[in-house]
Write a protein that binds this ligand. Structure first.
Ligand code: HEM
Length: 456
């Protein structure tokens, strides 16, 4: 087990050719043995290039409006008035974004079939691997076969319609090696299921932690909200789509995401196997031995992150020391989906904090592993949508001194609603609370202060 940044770099980056990724055979069978993360050298490099190009910033930029639509729809289905399992809902979101990045705009019937079968695969993946009819593992293997068939049907339809898409499926279909050979349908299906698998639980687990940390840290939530409200307002109350530049400029939210990934370290470690005897700093790692770089230990080492158990996004105002922050891994197998993961998290948070509210139900300090750590019971929570005529865009919460009264100047944007005089309240803080929940919105500036309300 390696808990130092230098050792992790040695195994995963500088001497990666001495260490191969190892997964239990039972898992390899479910994902598909040709998926890139089981491989090394030329085949891995070829597949990795294809996956990377389908997830490049140029490509994922174009997905923003679709990811927004998926995020809003996911949040709306959370806001049903009942307590929901946050992790499960986030899994639906990350699954749909995964499908979008792999297939582009996929026919609903295909998406449904993929979803149903993928659910069975997902259930069986971590079950005891006995191939006896009736067991979760056996059912998963059958569902996995059906997934391959569905991918074949989609490929067939694309070929018939001569569609030349630039999504992952398109990149895999168009690929030729140096001898002009294409990938087989099995290789394509294994990599598609592999990417879907790599994309779903990871992103959903991080998002579930983000929701918990935001909920548990009201001041940080307010800071994220304030940043996102400015963006929401400049997009005409969410009527215009987010732009790539806006997502790249969400600094406070971005730091919150980084800190959540450090805190939760959902990929706590990875596995490699030495392919020959390797010497590291005078120690011998014999051929065939398992080597585990421990990401969580590095992320929680007070030498690199002071008070490591504290949620403190401001620590990312300066870049961490090299190789001490590796939520997406390091070296040749580092995550090619990291830009997409960050983009979809930013988009979901944007809509969550500007249009929705949520409360966590019950005490939530336990962790469950499935295998990634997530808050116990998937973080049961209740969500609700803020009616659009009650959204408050406060651009300046600054104190003013008018006629001897202290007040607060609030800028309010509106999508309709009646102008109204705010009734007096004992405290500015309370007034803003009242404002948020009861005030129909109008454009312009209001000055609220103790004593009779006034507007400007
Ligand atoms: C917050 C979300 C995510 C986290 C924390 C994460 C983390 C990681 C890590 C640590 C690795 C390296 C594993 C190792 O070295 O053994 C990895 C690999 C990988 N990830 Fe992600 N990932 C995330 C989201 C995604 C998404 C959204 C996609 C695709 C759409 C994706 C696709 C992949 C693939 C294909 C690999 C294997 C790369 C290779 O073997 O060359 N991941 N991920």
């Amino acid at each position: 087990m390696l808990a130092s940044p230098e050792a992790a770099k040695f195994v995963l980056a500088t001497h990666a050719h001495f260490f191969k990724p190892t997964y239990p055979k039972s898992k390899e069978k479910i994902i598909g043995p040709s998926a890139l993360f089981f491989h090394q050298a030329d085949y891995h490099a070829r597949l990795r290039k294809l996956v990377q190009s389908s997830l490049s910033p140029e490509r994922i930029k174009k997905l923003i409006p679709d990811i927004e639509a998926i995020a809003i729809s996911a949040l709306e289905s959370c806001a049903v008035g009942q307590v929901i399992n946050t992790f499960k809902e986030m899994k639906k979101f990350s699954f749909d974004v995964g499908i979008l990045s792999i297939f582009g705009h996929l026919d609903d019937s295909y998406r449904e079939k993929l979803k149903q079968n993928y659910l069975i695969v997902d259930k069986g993946y971590n079950s005891f691997p006995s191939n006896i009819p009736g067991t979760a593992y056996h059912k998963a293997l059958l569902a996995r076969k059906r997934l391959s068939q569905i991918v074949s049907e989609i490929i067939c339809e694309r070929k018939e319609k001569r569609l030349l898409e630039k999504d992952l499926l398109g990149c895999l279909l168009n690929s030729r090696d140096e001898k002009g050979r294409t990938l087989t349908e099995d290789q394509i299906a294994d990599n598609i299921i592999g990417v879907l698998f790599a994309a779903q639980d990871t992103t959903a687990s991080v998002l579930t932690w983000i929701l918990k940390y935001l909920h548990d840290n009201p001041k940080l939530l307010e800071a994220v909200k304030a940043e996102q409200k400015v963006v929401h307002e400049s997009n005409n109350g969410g009527q215009r789509a987010l732009t790539w530049a806006q997502t790249k400029n969400m600094r406070c939210t971005y730091r919150f995401i980084l800190e959540s990934m450090r805190m939760a370290s959902i990929i706590s470690f990875t596995f490699r196997e030495a392919v020959c005897d390797v010497e590291y700093k005078g120690f011998l790692i014999p051929k065939g031995w398992q080597v585990m770089p421990l990401f969580r230990n590095i992320h929680h080492n007070s030498e690199f992150f002071s008070e490591p158990q504290k949620v403190d996004p401001s620590r990312f105002e300066v870049a961490p020391r090299p190789n001490t922050f590796v939520p997406f891994g390091l070296g040749v197998h580092a995550c090619p989906g990291n830009e997409l993961a960050k983009l979809e998290m930013l988009i979901l948070i944007h809509h969550l904090v500007t249009e929705f509210r949520w409360e966590v139900v019950g005490s939530q300090n336990g962790i469950q592993y499935g295998p990634f750590p997530v808050p116990e019971k998937g973080l049961p929570a209740r969500f609700w949508k803020v009616p659009s005529n009650q959204l408050l865009y406060s651009t300046s919460h600054r104190q003013d001194h008018v006629n001897g009264c202290y007040g607060v100047r609030v800028h309010i944007a509106s999508r309709g609603g009646q102008q109204q005089v705010v009734s007096k309240g004992p405290r500015v803080g309370r007034l803003i609370g009242l404002f948020k929940t009861t005030m129909p919105l109008v454009g312009g500036h209001w000055l609220i202060h103790e004593g009779p309300a006034a507007s400007q």
